[in-house]
Design a protein around this ligand. Structure first.
Ligand SMILES: [Ca+2]
Ligand SMILES: [Ca+2]
Length: 199
């Protein structure tokens, strides 16, 4: 409700000025998705009690946290998550892009390659979509971003309803790339940023 009130205030200002303002909203992991091929490693937060589950290994906030991870060096191993939508109706205007961000490093110096992926659902089931793999991961954690400017299932701009946890999962696949580097990565955090314009 607070967000809606803020949006309404902004909307009022925009009507007066007649110009659009870009805004963004972040979404954090909610649950394990369809794929849990990677393995979870590390303690739970905040006090190191118990081991993290897949989703609790990557839902950390602040996002630059290396307390726990999911990792794999198995070629074609997939891992996906659903994301918490604060309230999709706060997105009133056109979505410019959906960006999936990862706090990621290599699995080991020989295993440095993963591809961002989405799993999207419609009435007939789920389909996987892959971006070009990243094969230059290093021993240091870094933020890496994958922008999906349109929904790959439709080729059209994203709609807020398509980001609902029932329809949208994002994650990654360990994969070899031309066999010059081997599949493998270590991911500590995954999150979404939705960039949109107020109408
Ligand atoms: Ca966590
Ligand atoms: Ca983590």
């Amino acid at each position: 409700m607070k967000n809606k009130l803020l949006i309404n205030l902004f909307f009022g200002i925009l009507v007066m000025t007649g110009s659009a303002i870009a805004a963004s909203i972040d979404f954090y992991p909610l649950n394990d998705g369809y794929y849990t091929d990677w393995w979870s490693w590390g303690w739970n937060e905040p006090f190191g009690i118990g081991s993290c589950s897949h989703v609790t290994c990557v839902d950390d906030f602040p996002v630059l946290n290396t307390f726990n991870v999911v990792e794999s060096n198995v070629d074609m191993a997939k891992e996906t998550f659903t994301f918490r939508t604060t309230d999709p109706t706060v997105i009133l205007g056109n979505i410019n892009y959906v960006m999936v961000s990862y706090y990621v490093k290599e699995f080991s110096p020989l295993y440095t390659c993963m591809a961002p992926m989405l799993r999207l659902y419609n009435s007939t089931g789920g389909t996987d979509y892959f971006a070009s793999p990243w094969c230059s991961l290093t021993s240091s954690f870094m933020i890496a971003n994958q922008i999906w400017a349109t929904n790959p299932a439709t080729g059209q701009p994203w709609l807020p309803s398509e980001l609902d946890p029932a329809y949208f999962e994002a994650g990654m696949r360990a994969e070899d790339f031309g066999r010059t580097t081997l599949a493998g990565a270590n991911v500590s955090t995954v999150w979404l940023t939705v960039d949109y314009d107020f109408p």
